[in-house]
Structure formats: structure tokens, C-alpha cells
Design a protein around this ligand. Structure first.
Ligand SMILES: *Cc1c(COP(=O)(O)O)cnc(C)c1O
Ligand code: SF4
Length: 443
């Protein structure tokens, strides 16, 4: 029996982290339940999209009796439908011919570039400048919040099959955001008093050892940055490896670091990504949430809405209620982004709104802190507020929750109703307007 020094909670075992991917998935005994075609699909799809699962996801989250329909299996294991048939067939043919890995790699790289690897203008539009030099490891899009991508945090405990960060995981170095010096972040913040929030993100920054994370966090505390009120850490560790906060060798050091950050007077919030209520059910995740809450760090939760994984009001209602019961704050429901395997996971905007509404109606006000469904588009985060009729025209009602221009926020606007629309690109302005009100300025 392992005891966590600071709280005396007993764990059954100290699990060892074992990671699986393209090169060793044949060592996962549970995969024997798959058909030959399903196994081959893993081999094909994982040539293009990243694939990583770990012992916790495999042994404690996936219900193998329900595979291949199990939601966590669908969330973490490659499936044929994630690639368009022409891409799938190209790679499948190369594998069947016994093509060498270098050749397969070259073809994969060209296919990846067809999958919109950097949606929402990530590459061109959001790079901040420090004394005329572009800062590669940062994005500054919304006035109050700077995103920071520590270079050692550009991987995850397991990979989500829908992830828009996928280009960072597939070894195309020219696509990698990376920045080595926290000093640059501090210098940038000194020049930008309008910034109240730093969001440390990745990949998953909690992949980093606590010591490394401290080299990024401590300068934020030690420098005089009174306008920096909130430090957010975006992480999937609670969902995919809660032992990060329990039994990892530096788990206690991580919690001590978080406590110290809170005690320095910052609001610290873990932006935790939970896709399905199953991720809230293991003893490990419950203990991890309790330990984080004890440090004074808040946990806010968010996830995209994904076909065949969580496209059900009851799933969301249960997830929000359980999160509130555990002391977490529901924050965002996202529409799946226009990148990678979007076609596989997309839920039409109309259905997304109905699922959101059906879930929201089931929960009390304490869980209605959540907003959505929200599209993270080039001009900003756009919420689908509803479907309505005006002057006989059926419409989507929309508004910005975040805008490249802060003045756009909460201005209602309308798009023509389209039952097939899955993203802003599919929408056109209502009432015969040529373009949306923000179009001229958003480029
Ligand atoms: C979502 C997001 C943020 C944070 O937005 P909040 O609404 O404050 O949570 C900041 N920057 C970018 C680029 C984002 O996409
Ligand atoms: S944990 Fe987050 S960043 Fe990592 S693969 Fe999943 S969605 Fe992407």
C-alpha cells in the first residue's frame, strides 16, 4: 500500500507508466479483440495522425467489452474513418507493397499538409513580437490572455484522435512551436500591461517534470507583474494520467509548486480536459482532484463535442454534474476544429446546439458556468446561441465569446440556417448581407 505523504490517502498499487504507439501497439494484449481490418487500420492511420495510449487509459478507462464502440477507445485509438478514403488507400497500398518506412514517411508528410495542420491562423496571425523579434513559443490573440507553449511540454500522456495540436506530435520540426526562455515571456509581459492571464499549454505542460515547470512558473512570481492575475495550466493529465498528482516521483513536488504559486497571490486554474464522464470515475482521478483542490488551485473543465464519443446531452449533463460534485467548474463545450480528422468527429452545429441545450436544461445553475457550443475560429470564439426565425427566415443566432477585436464580443449576429453546417466556413450571413460584420477586419 502506497501512502501519499501529504494526505494519507491509500492507493492500491503504484502503477508504472507504459506508453504505446505506432511501433509497439501489438504488445497490447487487449487488442486481440479487434478484427484484422481494425488492426490494419491502426497501422495505416497512425502513419499520418499521432497515436499514443498508456497503461492507465488501456487498463482503467477503456471498457474492452464494448470495443470498438467504447468512447475512450474511440478517443485514443486510430480508426479507418479518420482518414479520407483516398488517403487511407494510398497508405494501405504502400504498406501492403512493403514500401520502406522512409517512402511511407514522405507520402505521409504530404498528406498531413492537406489536413489543415494550423487552423485559425495559428501560424501567421497570433505570433507576438518582442522588440521586433517574433516569439515562436507564444500566441497572443485575445487582449487579456497570452498562450505560452513551453518547449518541453509539447507532447501528451496519450493523444486524442481529434486533436488540433496533432502537427506538434508527428515530428515535423518546422511546424513546432517552441520557446526555450521564460525570460522572453517575462519581457513580453512587462511590455503588455493589458495581459491579465498567462495560459501555459502544449501539448500538455504537465508532461514536464516539476523542476522544469518551476523554471517557467517561478519567473512569473519573482518578477513584479501586478497585472498578471491568473496563471492557467491546460492539461489532460487528470483524464489520461492522474498518477501525475499521486504516485509519480515528483507528484508531491508538483503539488508544492502549485501551492506556492497560489500563495504568491495568483489565481491558478487547471484547465482540465475531460471528454467523457468515464474519466471522472476512477479512484485515481478522484484522489488527484482532491489533492489539487487542497493546494488552492481551481479546476475548470472543457472538451470538444465529438461524434460517437460524447454526442449526447445525458453524457454532458452527467459530466458537468459529476464535475461540480468533485469541486470542478464546467467552462467550455467546443465544436471540433477544422483540422485533421474533423470529418470523422464533426457534429452539425444545429445538433451541437441541441445537445448543449438538452444538457444545460438538466443541470442547476452551479453547473451553468459552462459556455458553448463554441467554435475557435480565426476571428474568435463564436458561440452558437440558438436557431430562430426572423421575418420568415430561419437563422443561426451567434455571438463572439472572444474576439480578435474585443469590440466584437457579445454583439449578436445572424447566419442563414444550414442543417449541414459544421463550422463557421459553412455559414453565410443572413438578410442578404455580403459578409459578416467582422469580415473586413479579420482578414
Ligand atoms: C480560448 C483561447 C484563449 C482563452 O480564452 P478564454 O475565453 O479567456 O478562456 C486565449 N487564447 C486563445 C488563442 C484561445 O483560443
Ligand atoms: S491531451 Fe490535449 S493536446 Fe494532448 S492530444 Fe489530447 S487534445 Fe491534444
Amino acid at each position: 500500500m502506497q501512502r501519499f505523504p501529504s494526505d494519507g490517502v491509500a492507493a492500491q498499487t503504484v502503477p508504472t507508466y507504459k506508453s504505446y504507439g505506432r511501433h509497439n501497439f501489438d504488445q497490447i494484449p487487449q487488442l486481440d479483440c479487434l478484427t484484422a481490418a481494425e488492426r490494419f487500420a491502426i497501422e495505416v492511420v497512425s502513419q499520418i495522425l499521432p497515436f499514443k495510449a498508456n497503461s492507465y487509459v488501456i487498463n482503467e478507462l477503456i471498457d474492452w467489452d464494448k470495443v470498438p464502440d467504447d468512447p475512450i477507445f474511440r478517443l485514443t485509438f486510430p480508426q479507418a474513418g479518420m482518414l479520407k478514403p483516398k488517403h487511407f488507400n494510398t497508405i494501405a497500398a504502400l504498406i501492403r507493397q512493403g514500401a520502406n518506412q522512409r517512402h511511407i514517411q514522405e507520402i505521409s508528410d504530404t498528406i498531413r499538409l492537406e489536413l489543415n495542420p494550423h487552423p485559425a491562423g495559428q501560424m501567421e496571425l497570433n505570433r507576438p513580437l518582442l522588440n521586433d523579434a517574433v516569439l515562436d513559443g507564444m500566441q497572443h490573440k485575445y487582449r487579456e490572455t497570452v498562450l505560452f507553449f513551453p518547449s518541453q511540454g509539447q507532447t501528451c500522456h496519450a493523444y486524442c484522435t481529434f486533436c488540433f495540436r496533432w502537427p506538434q506530435f508527428v515530428g515535423m520540426s518546422e511546424l513546432k512551436f517552441a520557446m526555450r526562455q521564460a525570460a522572453q515571456l517575462v519581457a513580453y509581459l512587462h511590455q503588455h500591461p493589458e495581459v491579465t492571464d498567462v495560459l501555459i499549454t502544449g501539448g500538455d505542460p504537465l508532461i514536464m517534470k516539476s523542476d522544469t515547470l518551476a523554471t517557467y512558473l517561478m519567473p512569473l512570481l519573482e518578477n513584479d507583474l501586478p497585472h498578471l492575475q491568473t496563471i492557467r495550466i491546460g492539461s489532460k493529465a487528470l483524464g489520461f494520467w492522474p498518477y501525475r498528482f499521486l504516485t509519480d516521483p515528483d507528484a508531491d513536488a508538483l503539488l508544492a509548486l502549485l501551492r506556492r504559486t497560489v500563495q504568491a497571490g495568483k489565481h491558478v486554474t487547471l484547465m482540465a480536459h475531460f471528454t467523457h464522464p468515464r474519466e471522472l470515475h476512477t479512484p485515481a482521478v478522484r484522489q488527484a482532484i482532491a489533492r489539487i483542490r487542497e493546494t488552492g488551485v481551481q479546476i475548470r473543465t472543457q472538451s470538444p463535442l465529438l461524434a460517437q464519443i460524447n454526442d449526447d446531452s445525458n453524457v454532458w449533463a452527467a459530466m458537468w454534474q459529476e464535475q461540480v460534485a468533485l469541486g470542478c467548474i464546467p467552462y467550455y463545450m467546443f465544436v471540433v476544429r477544422n483540422t485533421g480528422a474533423q470529418h470523422h468527429f464533426a457534429v452539425p452545429l444545429e445538433r451541437a446546439w441541441n445537445i448543449f441545450r438538452g444538457a444545460y436544461q438538466q443541470v442547476s445553475g452551479v453547473a451553468r458556468t459552462v459556455r458553448g457550443p463554441s467554435m475557435s475560429t480565426n476571428p474568435g470564439k463564436i458561440e452558437i446561441q440558438g436557431i430562430t426565425q426572423l421575418n420568415g427566415e430561419k437563422l443561426f443566432m451567434l455571438r463572439f465569446l472572444q474576439g480578435r477585436n474585443p469590440d466584437w464580443v457579445l454583439q449578436p449576429f445572424f447566419a442563414k440556417y444550414d442543417p449541414q453546417a459544421i463550422w463557421l466556413d459553412d455559414l453565410s450571413p443572413a438578410f442578404g448581407a455580403e459578409q459578416f460584420f467582422f469580415a473586413a477586419e479579420s482578414g
